[in-house]
Design a protein around this ligand. Sequence first.
Ligand code: B16
Ligand code: MG
Length: 229
Amino acid sequence: MRSFHDIKGFAFDLDGVLTDTARFHAQAWKKTAEEVGTKWTDELAAGLKGISRMDSLEMILKAGNCEHSYTHEQKAQLADEKNEYYKKLIDTLTPEDILPGMAEFLMEVKHKGYKLAVASASKNAPIILERLGIADMFDAVVDPAALKSGKPDPEIFVRAAELMNLQPCEVIGLEDSIAGIKSINGAGEVSVGIGDKDELYEAAIHFASTAEVSLSAIQGDPYFSRSNL
Ligand code: B16
Ligand code: MG
């Protein structure tokens, strides 16, 4: 049985929860898609949410039926080129780019003594957090390079709980991607999905946008009252 009183920490996805870097990923991957001859579609862009860099590249190559046309080294180079371009784009980020309501939510939970972690698939997470001016708020940032499996595998959210010295059942994870919600649920944490309700139907608690996220809204969600019946 889940009670909100058991919650001691929050694990945040980055892209789509704390800031919108998806537009930069899309801009950079579109260039790669053009280079390899894959048609760039909104569907393809949406499917890359929360997916690691190399898995994203594989999806783009597959969409153009050319996944076997590149050697391991050529794929590594394509991913590097994308990342170099992406890094130039994220260089423009400022605290103004924190998604609506999230700076306030971070301050609220920090002030109330909850532990905070970042569980992002992005190897660029530390620099993005610096640019947003919120790096110091977190007790831990999971290093995705040290993981065996990416989202939807639970490993990243399990690691986030470990780094906060908490049990998974004491953690709420916030995500905008279905891969991330599956990861949180698999880890045994409480999942908060932010975005399209149909896409994130597996989330325990749902908000249409980051602007709706607050401690009282999470605490008062029917999920916790249902759990306490
Ligand atoms: P990088 P998240 C994910 O961030 C993005 O949603 C995904 O599009 C990206 O490919 C992945 O990070 C890896 O990013 O190339 O910077 O290592 O949603 O898990 O915060
Ligand atoms: Mg995300």
